[in-house]
Design a protein around this ligand. Structure first.
Ligand SMILES: O=C1O[C@H](COP(=O)(O)O)[C@@H](O)[C@H](O)[C@H]1O
Length: 260
């Protein structure tokens, strides 16, 4: 259990949220570049890529405010076991909303799943874990990979990545990447980063917008109830920040932070 509370930033509108999210991401980028001359992030699917595009595709206002795409290494916090051009693919969504719209020649390195293992999600998870091992150094010497930043969504049931409420995967302590074949949200077959990998990130940011999230936000911040998003809050504490619009936290009494 982390000692300090997560940060909750609430904005009147999504464009205002996106603008502060950009500053937050670029601060994390600068820290990553200083640490290892690259920026290693994990991203979710769902509603996140669209907001991310709003944050990152706006023109920068100077050197400190530039996205250094060629230094980015993008991994997936979770992915569905479908072809990369399938409408359920988180990669396809990120490509459509963000990657295809990046201008210029400097592009991020993106690590999609290996779809050859689409019918065997255990093998797919093992392969993705090996990819992380190669990128984050040997699994023997590194207990857990440390992402510079994880950008996550929050489902209306409190799930994040493909970690669902009350699912046994929430108790995974060994694997970095786990398969799931019974996702309550379709499609059923997926892979996901494990909870210890998520909470081990240097920074973890949730993005949640819209009134459809307000009931679950209340539960996450006021009761916890072992919900996956609440477990990330508890495990990461002040390293975890929430970027939400007012609609998503209407009626939530948890104190907001004024600035980054
Ligand atoms: O199934 C998934 O859902 C979550 C939440 O999606 P949202 O549309 O409610 O933001 C998403 O973060 C995850 O990557 C995805 O696979």
């Amino acid at each position: 259990m982390a000692s300090k509370q997560p940060n909750l930033f609430a904005f009147p509108s999504v464009p205002q949220l996106a603008s502060t999210l950009r500053t937050y991401i670029l601060t994390a980028q600068a820290a990553g570049l200083q640490r290892h001359n690259s920026f290693k992030i994990a991203v979710s699917g769902g509603s996140l890529p669209k907001t991310l595009a709003q944050a990152l595709l706006q023109p920068g206002s100077g050197t400190e405010d530039e996205v250094q795409w060629d230094k980015w290494e993008i991994f997936f916090a979770d992915e569905r076991a479908v072809p990369l051009d399938h409408e359920d693919s988180n990669y396809a969504l990120l490509k459509k909303e963000l990657l295809d719209k990046i201008e210029g020649e400097k592009m991020p390195v993106v690590y999609p799943i290996d779809v050859r293992f689409q019918d065997d999600v255990q093998e797919m998870a093992d392969q993705y874990e090996q990819l992380l091992v190669r990128s984050f150094a040997s699994r023997d010497s590194v207990k857990l990979p440390i992402f510079d930043l994880l950008l996550l969504g929050c489902g209306p049931d409190g799930h994040t990545c493909s970690l669902f409420p009350s699912h046994p995967l929430l108790r995974e302590t060994d694997a970095w990447v786990s398969p799931i074949s019974d996702s309550p949200k379709p499609p059923p077959k997926r892979i996901t980063l494990s909870l210890p990998v998520v909470t081990h990130g240097v920074k973890i940011a949730f993005i949640a917008t819209g009134g459809g999230k307000k009931e679950i936000m209340k539960e996450i911040f006021e009761k916890g109830n072992g919900l996956p998003c609440a477990l990330v809050n508890e495990g990461a504490g002040e390293r975890c920040s929430w970027f939400v619009d007012e609609a998503a936290v209407q009626g939530v009494v948890f104190p907001r932070k004024g600035s980054l």
